[in-house]
Design a protein around this ligand. Sequence first.
Ligand SMILES: Nc1ncnc2c1ncn2[C@@H]1O[C@H](COP(=O)(O)OP(=O)(O)OP(=O)(O)O)[C@@H](O)[C@H]1O
Ligand SMILES: [Mg+2]
Length: 260
Amino acid sequence: MALGRLPAHQTPAPLTSGGRGSEAVPAVTATDSRLLLSSIVHDFNNLLTPIVTILEELQARHVGTSRQLKKIDGAIYCAFCAKVLARQLLDFVNPRPVSLEPVQIRQLLEPLETALVSTLSPDIRLKLDIAEELPPAFIDRQLVERALLNLVLNARDAMPEGGDLTITAALEFPPASHPGGPERMIRLSVADCGLGMDDQTLKMAGQPNFSTRTNGTGLGLATVKQLMESLGGGLSITSAPRRGTTIDLWMPALLAGFAD
Ligand SMILES: Nc1ncnc2c1ncn2[C@@H]1O[C@H](COP(=O)(O)OP(=O)(O)OP(=O)(O)O)[C@@H](O)[C@H]1O
Ligand SMILES: [Mg+2]
């Protein structure tokens, strides 16, 4: 069967009340449309899961020529972006309460490493650099995972020729602009050696809907910023054209009983 064409018995029904002539159509309430949007995004996300799994399997088995493998790599990346977008839409429609708990950064990053690597092209090397003595962060694990995935996808976009991508975790004082007190925080940084940003882009990055990419929604950094703020943390960016970009995520640390 040709891709993109369904047999007649599988043709999806239109999502309207079409064909009912002049029958009155009940007004769609805001709750109905939120529910409908949630269920569409949910199903869309479910459909993406086997796509990612199958593509990852093909990639792991090195099926095909190097040109075909490059295409598989691009398809995995697009599927991951679609998953992130689906998650962002779901949270937008149905915000979930923030659930804070102590999390060791090493235990957050190491299990994530494989998933992050699978979103990167083979010419990008991911390195983890986690300080030995680090107090637990007081965070919502899921939110920080999502923030990291967004940053890693941005770094990939900025490194068309590959290079090193480093995720660093350390305990440091946040920049003076951070509204919290003078407490040290966990700094989780994603540093790439890619295209970097000019002054204008640096000023605008993180504003909702600002994007310099052809297919970008400009929701990524704005979401990350909002996620970090919901944890009592923040985000700072250092970047220069052709010098790469470092994005620091600042998050509260559980310092009680921690001696350095
Ligand atoms: N690591 C980076 N290196 C260079 N520029 C970046 C980097 N991260 C973000 N930017 C700049 O900031 C802009 C906004 O990023 P953001 O993640 O919000 O949106 P996007 O990546 O363009 O689209 P999407 O909504 O799909 O994530 C990007 O379009 C790009 O110009
Ligand atoms: Mg992005």
